[in-house]
Design a protein around this ligand. Structure first.
Ligand code: HEC
Ligand code: HEC
Length: 372
């Protein structure tokens, strides 16, 4: 019987070498490894300018040869780099990224293609540089329509090795680097199922797109011609003015908040009240209860479809909260609720406030009393 268990003596001897390596750094490691004719290549690994279209076709092919999206993108660049610089690239197994398939073992989190792209970037660029290069690729991935025109054209031109589906595929912009969001939105746009060959081909083309984009970004970076075009999503930027480092400092993400949170600071939609018939005139009733603490209800009626705003002001005329923000409402009677909080979500102080209803041709104000 073959004994595969490392005996204690060998184990201790090896651990000592590793400990020595850690202490003396890469040069020391090379010396240690040298005893066994091994060479350790220091990070970051060497990059050589590549052909973006070759990377596209390779990633597409790897996707279909059981490497899926993450290893497909990673492997495309690794194989092309190995052609130019076998040492060390021929020793990098692309399968290290296999976990990234299906947004991480089918969990649908980070898109495998953007994951694989970032892994190559992290291997060849310093930490100081990799952040901006990854942002460039990921920002593009979140805002571009996929498969890109170039990816569809490659199929029309018969360039892909694997011809599982030929011709242009429907395109969608996911607005996200999340696999699940990207895949499911595309399925809806295309009217396809996750298991359909078109969906798989779509992800194969997306892998090709990411490989090509990553090559373009890395080529530019190492030719010193890279300029960042990444801008944080505008919706997220607005939320981060408060939730980012300068104020609340409780959120760390570049992702757009809207698909997951909407605007959580918005008031609930005004509710239509039935049993009043169609109102014959505009009305803004006194709020109830009044005085109130902390919540009060404001009822208003509109006789025709109108754009409606309902805003709360404090005694100095400062707007405290928008309850209805220029919404198009049909004729009817509605109630809006105010929870006594300002735009920042903080409870307001006791005192007098004003609620102002504005429509296309009506404006009226009532006085509210908050008493704590
Ligand atoms: C003007 C500053 C400000 C802006 C802008 C802002 N927030 Fe907030 N946010 C707050 C404050 C303050 C709280 C804490 C509120 C509380 O405790 O009632 C909060 C709480 C939250 C919460 C916690 C849930 C809750 O209801 O307490 C979420 C989620 C949130 N904000 C998301 C967002 C999103 C998404 C955006 C962008 C649309 C955004 N915020 C914009 C200040 C802000
Ligand atoms: C992919 C979906 C997603 C995106 C994008 C996202 N969030 Fe969240 N966020 C969540 C989830 C899920 C939670 C946990 C919610 C919970 O436990 O109730 C959360 C929690 C929060 C909380 C704490 C909520 C609480 O109840 O205290 C805040 C604040 C918040 N997010 C703000 C933001 C902001 C601001 C952005 C954009 C810059 C953002 N989020 C982007 C999904 C998301």
């Amino acid at each position: 019987m073959k004994n595969t268990t490392m005996d204690r003596k060998t184990f201790l001897a090896n651990t000592t070498k590793i400990a020595v390596g850690a202490a003396v750094g890469v040069a020391g490691l090379n010396a240690v490894a040298g005893e066994k004719n091994m060479k350790v290549t220091a990070w970051p690994w060497p990059y050589a300018s590549l052909d973006a279209e070759a990377a596209r076709l390779k990633a597409h092919h790897l996707y279909w040869t059981d490497k899926d999206c993450a290893s497909g993108v990673f492997g495309a660049l690794v194989e092309l780099l190995a052609e130019k610089t076998p040492d060390p690239w021929a020793n990098m197994p692309m399968e290290v990224m296999l976990f990234g398939r299906g947004g991480g073992n089918g969990w649908g989190t980070l898109c495998g293609a953007v994951n694989g792209a970032a892994a190559v970037i992290s291997l060849v660029a310093t930490k100081a540089d990799s952040g901006k290069l990854i942002n460039e690729v990921w920002g593009w991935a979140a805002t571009e329509k996929f498969p890109t025109d170039a990816a569809n054209q490659a199929s029309i031109d018969g360039k892909y090795v694997d011809k599982k589906f030929e011709g242009a595929l429907p395109q969608s912009i996911s607005g996200s680097v999340i696999c699940h969001a990207s895949v499911s939105q595309w399925c809806n746009v295309a009217g396809k199922k996750v298991a359909d060959v078109e969906r798989k081909e779509r992800c194969a083309r997306l892998a090709g797109d990411l490989a090509a984009k990553t090559v373009e970004v890395l080529n530019a970076h190492f030719a010193s011609t890279f300029t960042s075009t990444y801008v944080r999503n505008a919706y997220a930027a607005q939320c981060l003015t408060c939730h980012g480092p300068s104020v609340k400092n409780n959120v760390m993400t570049e992702m757009n908040c809207e698909p997951c949170h909407g605007d959580p600071h918005n008031s609930p939609e005004p509710v239509e009240e039935h049993g009043f018939g169609t109102p014959s005139e505009f009305k803004l009733d006194q709020n109830y209860p009044n005085p109130f603490n902390p919540t009060t209800t404001i009822r208003f009626s509109i006789p025709a479809q109108q754009k409606v705003s309902l805003e709360i002001y404090d005694i100095t005329g400062q707007m405290v909260k928008k309850l209805v923000d220029g919404e198009l409402l049909s004729a009817g009677t509605f109630t809006a609720e105010w929870n006594g909080k300002d735009v920042l979500g903080s409870s307001v102080a006791s005192g007098t406030y004003f609620a102002r209803l504005t429509t296309d041709n009506f404006m009226r104000t009532i006085k509210l009393n908050m008493v704590k």
